[in-house]
Design a protein around this ligand. Structure first.
Ligand SMILES: [Zn+2]
Ligand SMILES: [Zn+2]
Length: 269
């Protein structure tokens, strides 16, 4: 039986279309006997129309979070949008030359660098696929590979749900060679309107990960605390295809942290 104990794709109130606090999410993970919760609010243009650093300040004080809370190891990251066909991530072209209090920065930076600096890891996802439509499946694969090469990106989020036409194997092989993870996303399989179109591609991706030896991560992608650490549909999918347990990076805290240390140059746990 597949056992998962790390939920590393979750949302809080800071994502604006999500409803729970970080405390509520950590408690929910503890109630399910999970070892690790990764909180990954959206880092995306869908949050605010203004590209102003002050709108993203909820990412800037995460060092105040306890690492161990209610018996759960708490990681902080973000879910960054892939914003163009080359795999660039949200915020890379947004200059930041001021602190949130308006004081000038001695070393101007970009919003992406500012937010990524305090992230343990980043999930790269597509929420708008319009820019992929004019590209070939090979180009869209290269887009994902480019995103994976960012030193903070550890996980490709909900690949089976995004509806992008891409060549799968080059993306999975790049993830494997970089030691990075392909996400199995519970929300893609539990919400009925997502499930109908996502189940077949998610299953195919999982089967190919097993064949190619690619590690997978687990994310409930829950936007409310009662969905945190719930994985009935992902478990069923993995058991249906007899997925090898050792490729499930979220099977234990030890396995997830070891994978992160191996893949991310500045992962500090
Ligand atoms: Zn969301
Ligand atoms: Zn999400």
């Amino acid at each position: 039986m597949i056992r998962i104990s790390c939920d590393v794709h979750t949302h809080t109130l800071a994502s604006r279309h999500a409803y729970s606090t970080i405390d509520e999410n950590v408690r929910a993970a503890a109630e399910q006997n999970f070892e690790v919760l990764g909180s990954t609010d959206h880092f995306s243009g869908m949050l605010y129309p203004e590209r102003d650093v002050r709108n993203f300040q909820f990412f800037f004080n995460v060092k105040s979070w306890p690492r161990e809370w209610h018996g759960v190891t708490l990681l902080h990251g973000c879910e960054a949008d892939i914003v163009d066909g080359d795999g660039h991530l949200f915020g890379c072209d947004i200059p930041v030359d001021r602190e949130i209090n308006g004081a000038p920065l001695k070393h101007p930076t970009t919003l992406k660098k500012r937010v990524f600096r305090d992230c343990d890891y980043v999930i790269a996802s597509i929420h708008r696929k319009d820019f992929t439509l004019g590209q070939t499946p090979a180009q869209n694969a290269q887009m994902y590979v480019n995103a994976l090469q960012d030193p903070k990106v550890f996980i490709l989020g909900h690949l089976g749900r995004s509806g992008v036409d891409f060549e799968l194997d080059p993306v999975l092989e790049a993830a494997r060679d970089l030691g990075k993870l392909i996400e199995l996303n519970e929300a893609s399989l539990s919400d009925s309107w997502k499930r109908d179109k996502s189940l077949a591609p998610c299953r195919h991706i999982a089967e190919r990960c097993a064949e190619l030896g690619v590690q997978v991560s687990f994310g409930s992608d829950s936007h409310i605390s009662c969905g945190i650490a719930r994985y009935e549909n992902v478990r069923k999918l993995l058991e249906d295809i007899d997925f090898p347990n050792e490729l499930v990076a979220c099977r234990s805290k030890e396995a997830f942290l070891a994978a992160a240390r191996a893949a991310l140059p500045d992962f500090a746990l």
